[in-house]
Design a protein around this ligand. Sequence first.
Ligand code: PAN
Ligand code: ZN
Length: 193
Amino acid sequence: MTDFATPPIAPFAIQFDADAARLTPEGPTLVRRMSALEGLFADHQAWEAAVADGDPIVYSVQSSPVPEVNRELPQSITTIEPGTTAGEFWMTKGHQHPDHQGEIYLALHGTGGLLMFDGEETAWLDMTPGTIGYIPPGWAHRSVNVGDDPYKFLAVYPGGAGHDYGWVLEHGMGNRVYSTADGHELRPFTARA
Ligand code: PAN
Ligand code: ZN
């Protein structure tokens, strides 16, 4: 067998229940409430009001037990609750992988979108069940729930890629995603007010 500096984990099976949007065996689950999204919505006062009004869960991420280390390939299922803050759809924080590596998302439930930004150009993919969104190396990425139901997707990513959230706070994502009478609309990024 190849001599790795850090020995890989042993082969094992993961049960993927698409209906329940669950991976078994389960690894850690991360819950992000509104207070964790400071500085991300355009309307800071509306964000503060939502934190004061029960600090709702915006999204959760359930992982399999594959570790986030170099050469391993972890998976997770993210569930974004439906909602808006001053018209801006609820979303993930968004991040850049410091070690620029690609990632795939498979949409499972609901109606979402995958917003990507490489520092100059923005890309948007509509995500409905069955869509695989491909995130190329070097593109920061954020998921947005643009529907009335929870939006759920599976992510598979290189374990050593890392997650840089500061990059998105500093550079934004190129666009913001707002609710409109007949769906959603992307508007140019504005710093928060
Ligand atoms: C995803 C994301 C997950 C939560 O697993 O980490 O959807 O989004 P934030 O990490 O931006 O809070 C992924 O892209 N992993 O690399
Ligand atoms: Zn990622």
